[in-house]
Design a protein around this ligand. Structure first.
Ligand code: EPS
Length: 383
């Protein structure tokens, strides 16, 4: 399964095309819309989210509620486009309104204009905007629809916003999914969630932004997905790249991640135990479900660090690209915190990688062939 997206933040619409989708996967536009709405939510989101009501339009690849093996094209209209018709016009003379010449430190602005020889930072920021992640979430919802049929669930929760953090990270198998969905910071613990909201309020009051950490996990994954024999098969690398491709994600860990570096091997690796009836199990999951570039049958557990969003109400120093004089960086309407939204985007990225890995292992043309191959595989695993 591959996806590509197109669309600018204030253009007419965002587009995603998902290719190599097996035939026969039930697709419900309402389920895609639910994920789009989950991405829009979160305490600390900015004014744009009050304007948009992201909803998917399925243009191709789905007939009578199921995929037909052709590319799935998805469109999400930008309601805000109406306010930007002159700025984002496809033809005609450039307009000065909303022109940006003071790049924001931390954003794509400066390297983007240097690379493209652009004179207006807007040429870069319109596409570098995290608005694009709405299209990824729609694409990921197609992957999730396949994974649901294969018995896999992808979930996420937030463990830290600024200084406010869970003291211990819960096991994703034990997480109260309803509590996470009900929380506007995607945090399963109410009192920590309150601290997180206070951290966001404090950042807003200071003209600051604030980052955080989230967990993204996949439950019900069979062992042996991915591969150890070639670099490009290794699932840890593929999952890591997918999550790092989300704007503002600066670090990714799998399982114990960096903490494993300070402990002896016997306290890092997960013992292998056989239990009659259950098969080969692992009493611990420090590996985060990945060994040797492959799933090991335990939940896949990843953690990602999101930096604070670079658009600041009290901006950092920058340089005007026309005069090369010192100026304040551009102020754009923005979010104070988008960590809960990024966690939902990471679900989509992880789902796309895992769906592809399932297709590699069990055939990718039609769902029923995949299910048969998957059952044969499960039957031959030790029980
Ligand atoms: C976003 C839409 C954007 C930003 C945000 C993410 O809308 P606008 O630019 O109209 O405010 O709110 O993007 C950023 C913060 C960024 O730095 O790229 C969205 O739909 O998620």
């Amino acid at each position: 399964m591959r996806y590509t997206t197109a669309g600018e933040s204030h253009g007419r619409a965002l587009v995603a095309i998902v290719s190599d989708v097996p035939a026969g996967v039930p697709i419900d536009a309402a389920a895609i819309d639910r994920d789009l709405a989950r991405r829009q939510q979160g305490y600390g989101r900015g004014g744009r989210m009050a304007i948009e009501r992201d909803q998917v339009q399925i243009l191709s690849g789905v007939r009578f509620g199921a995929t037909i093996g052709s590319p799935v094209a998805l469109v999400i209209a930008n309601r805000d486009w109406d306010q930007w018709l002159d700025v984002m016009a496809v033809s005609g003379e450039p307009v000065d309104r909303a022109r940006v010449t003071a790049p924001r430190p931390g954003h794509a602005d400066l390297p983007g204009v240097l690379r493209n020889r652009a004179s207006d930072v807007r040429d870069v920021l319109e596409r570098a905007s995290a608005r694009e992640t709405a299209a990824r979430v729609a694409a990921g919802a197609v992957a999730k629809a396949l994974l649901t049929q294969l018995g896999v669930r992808v979930l996420s929760f937030v463990t830290r916003i600024g200084e406010a953090a869970l003291a211990t990270e819960p096991d994703p198998r034990e997480i109260d999914a309803d509590a996470v969905e009900a929380s506007d910071v995607r945090c399963p613990d109410d009192s920590v969630a309150e601290d997180m909201r206070k951290a966001i309020d404090a950042a807003r009051a200071d003209g600051e932004s604030v980052g955080g950490v989230f967990v993204v996990a996949a439950l019900g994954v069979v062992p042996g997905l991915g591969g150890y024999a070639e670099a490009n098969q290794r699932l840890d690398a593929r999952l890591g790249a997918a999550v790092l491709s989300i704007p503002a994600i600066k670090g990714v860990e799998i399982g114990d991640g960096f903490a494993a570096a300070q402990r002896p091997g016997s306290l890092v690796h997960d013992p292998i135990v056989y239990e009659k009836g259950r098969g080969i199990v692992r009493p611990t999951n420090r590996a985060g479900g990945i060994e040797g570039g492959m799933t090991n049958g335990e939940p896949v557990v990843m953690r990602a660090a999101m930096k604070p969003i670079p658009t600041l109400i009290r901006p950092l120093p920058s340089v005007d690209l026309e005069t090369l004089e010192p100026v304040d960086a551009a102020r754009e309407r923005s979010d104070v915190c988008a960590v809960p939204a990024a966690a939902v985007v990471a679900e989509a990225e992880v789902a796309l990688v895992l769906a592809t890995a399932y297709q590699e292992a069990f055939g990718g043309r039609c769902l029923s062939d995949m299910l048969e191959a998957l059952e044969r595989y499960k039957d031959r695993l030790p029980r």
